[in-house]
Design a protein around this ligand. Structure first.
Ligand code: ADP
Length: 187
């Protein structure tokens, strides 16, 4: 089963994705987490990605697609993957469709977490205070919201044409949202 969680920064993709992946028994792949680990380890990938991430810009598609290609070719991904934070551009979505097709697979569900913009900013500023992520400052947050709107939201229409979009209200407590998500991907 191949599931994508789509949502703005601060929508809870990572939190909800982790719980849902455990429930579905498939690995969670977060491109954001993979990139942050690469930055921390100082690998060439991390060095290239850091500047984009700190500014709230997307890391180039070619870099991300190299990562995804590797993941989909690994045995742990054979039964499926839950991806959060990927895809983020139409080019990424088209590329993953082609890769999955090579493995006789397709995207089963795209869960879209809907959260009001005012709440997103609140959550991200709260997270900045707690976790100290270098991209959780107001300037980068505003840039990431703009990038989501301009480059990632068009994916909803792209996946709508495949009939796989499941919209999930992302406000309220974590458990209630998780219950909605599970229903959405069981349908
Ligand atoms: P958030 O959704 O809160 O911005 P993420 O961890 O998903 O958090 O992403 C953090 C940053 O990592 C993004 O702003 C971007 O620079 C980079 N990134 C993560 N996933 C992708 C992707 N699929 N394509 C391009 N850049 C990505």
């Amino acid at each position: 089963m191949y599931v994508m969680i789509l949502g703005a920064p601060g929508s809870g993709k990572g939190t909800q994705g982790k719980i849902l992946a455990g429930h579905l028994g498939i690995p969670q792949v977060s491109t954001g987490d993979l990139l942050r680990a690469a930055v921390k380890a100082g690998t060439p990938l991390g060095v290239e990605a850091k500047g984009y991430m700190d500014q709230g810009l997307l890391v180039p598609d070619a870099v991300i697609l190299g990562l995804i290609r590797e993941i989909l070719a690994s045995p742990t991904a054979a039964k499926g993957v839950l991806m959060d934070g990927f895809p983020r551009t139409v080019a990424q979505a088209e590329a993953v469709d082609r890769l999955l097709k090579d493995h006789q697979q397709r995207v089963d569900h795209v869960a879209v977490l809907d959260v009001d913009e005012a709440e997103l900013v609140q959550r991200l500023l709260g997270r900045a205070a707690k976790e100290g992520r270098s991209d959780d400052n107001l300037q980068s947050i505003q840039q990431r919201l703009k990038v989501y709107h301009d480059q990632t939201q068009p994916l909803i229409a792209y996946y709508d044409r495949q009939g796989v979009v499941r919209r999930v209200p992302g406000m309220g407590d974590v458990d209630a949202i998780q219950t909605r998500l599970r229903k959405a991907v069981a349908a």
